[in-house]
Design a protein around this ligand. Structure first.
Ligand SMILES: *Cc1c(COP(=O)(O)O)cnc(C)c1O
Length: 224
């Protein structure tokens, strides 16, 4: 197992396009396995649960950049506001305002991505394109001076149908380009497009992804 993670990581890294950042998704995996990726040079790790991320943060080296990729409840923001590197899953104004409060209290700037709902499935979280446009109006942005909105995140439908996944990624890239061309505000600097997981990150990069979130291809299958 030990060399497995290092080898998997190198295999994934070889396939990255230049400039694409790899987030190693370590949810459900113990700190001992995260350390194997860390020792192989990996510094960006993604978790989807607040409590799990906090526990791992406390035990692991402090130069790790922690990415929150799962749904975030406002009442849990306070636990991560002091250290989180990037929150990929902002999906409401209420959450933005709560993150602002946590960031101000910690005297930090917290980087955020807006999560867009691009899949056909009902179950996935995320904003519609119109809801994202509404969050990027000055009336909202003026209230969150301690945030930096650096991009968008999306998850494609869980399906074998490549064309559908590609279409969803393409739609997200289209919105990203539109917002980049139209939103001008000190709190917004759109440069990251977080899309692509183990099964679809090659396609995501072809469609313009700048950040891929890869779990099982590095750490193996998860046992819940
Ligand atoms: C679990 C998860 C991933 C990684 O999934 P894999 O298929 O294991 O690569 C990526 N993004 C999010 C939001 C996840 O919850």
């Amino acid at each position: 197992m030990a060399s497995g993670i290092k080898r998997n990581l190198e295999e994934v890294k070889k396939q990255l396009k230049p400039g694409v950042r790899l987030i190693a998704v370590s949810k459900t995996k113990p700190v001992s396995e995260i350390m194997k990726a860390y020792d192989a040079g990996q510094r960006d790790f993604g978790e989807n649960k607040v409590q799990e991320m906090v526990e791992k943060y406390e035990q692991l080296p402090k130069d790790i950049r922690w990415h929150l990729i799962g749904h975030l409840q406002s009442n849990k923001v306070k636990y991560i506001a002091g250290f989180v590197h990037l929150i990929h899953s902002v999906d409401s104004e209420k959450l933005l305002l709560t993150i602002q409060k946590g960031a101000a209290k910690q005297k930090r700037v917290i980087n955020c991505l807006l999560q867009l709902h691009i899949a056909e499935e009902e179950t996935k979280f995320g904003l519609s394109a119109d809801e994202a446009r509404q969050l990027l109006l000055p009336s909202v942005l003026d209230k969150v001076p301690n945030l930096k909105i650096t991009g968008l995140m999306g998850m494609a439908t869980f399906t074998e149908k490549e064309e559908q996944i590609r279409k969803e990624f393409r739609r997200l890239k289209g919105l990203f380009d539109e917002l980049r061309a139209t939103v001008v505000h000190p709190v917004v600097s759109l440069k990251e497009l977080s899309m692509g997981m183990s099964g679809d990150f090659l396609m995501a990069m072809e469609e313009g992804s700048t950040m891929v979130r890869v779990g099982s291809s590095i750490f193996g299958e998860r046992n819940y």
